[in-house]
Design a binder for this molecule. Sequence first.
Ligand code: C2E
Ligand code: MG
Ligand code: MG
Ligand code: MG
Length: 270
Amino acid sequence: KAKGAGRKSFHVYEATSRYDHVENFIHELALSSAIELEEFELHYQLIYSPQQQCVVGAEALLRWNRANIGMVQPAEFIPITEQTGLIVPIGYWVIRKACQDWHQLVEGYGEDIRVSVNISSVQLSEPDFVDRIIEILEQENVPPHAIELELTESTVISDSQGVRQTLSRLGAVGFSIALDDFGTGYSSLSMLTLLPIDTLKIDRSFIREMNESVLSAMLVMAGALRMKVIAEGVEDAGQYEMLRAMNCWGIQGYYINKPVALAALQQVPV
Ligand code: C2E
Ligand code: MG
Ligand code: MG
Ligand code: MG
């Protein structure tokens, strides 16, 4: 709703408390100049393939290093940027930075490495989203197949027509599409077959539970739909071993590495 109001106007929050209201308002003021002030950073988490025994990807996770405050986590500021439309310019900043970082990732992990970028529904509904991201990739000299776009189930099922068209265009150009936090939303199986989805990212709540029949059902289904599966939130050797034994394509989580700045990835033993 506030999106159409433009980037310079301020959203009036339905605050649950006076404190929330003021806190969000102050964040919002600071967020509108955070790109210019170069306060954003991307941290990376590796995606490891137990079969190939190598790193196959890295997910870019946005961090806001706010002046005089310190590091702010996405849960605290992404919703504000979505409500105000600020996620649109910030999202393009993320894509450009991830493209620049991809060249460095290739140095470390080889040409086949992909960088995953989270995309919110607000970004996807920008009419020129596809053109803009193609333009950014061209400027940064990155092939679309090097980028995986992560969308949540709620994004993908909302406004099916428009979203479906945008996803098809992205797929046709060569981007890879992942369904993030899979299992927490309401996507139907038939919907999965209608969309050009390459990868299912199983939400970490399922990894925590480690219900073997549920996980193996997800893996069988993904296999039948010719989708890769990445397990999120893998924290220990027990979880890793079980997923490896089940032939899960990719493993992501603190067991491999906590999100770190690009330069610090070199220290991650893989
Ligand atoms: P996500 O895309 O599902 O990212 C995974 C989140 O799980 C990250 O939280 C990551 O730090 C955390 N995580 C990874 N491994 C583990 C683990 O083993 N255990 C536990 N407990 N947590 C783990 P983070 O970085 O706080 O990001 C939260 C969410 O914010 C992301 O969830 C994504 O939806 C959103 N987000 C992050 N960066 C961006 C961005 O650039 N654009 C947009 N639109 N959303 C973003
Ligand atoms: Mg993600
Ligand atoms: Mg996720
Ligand atoms: Mg998540």
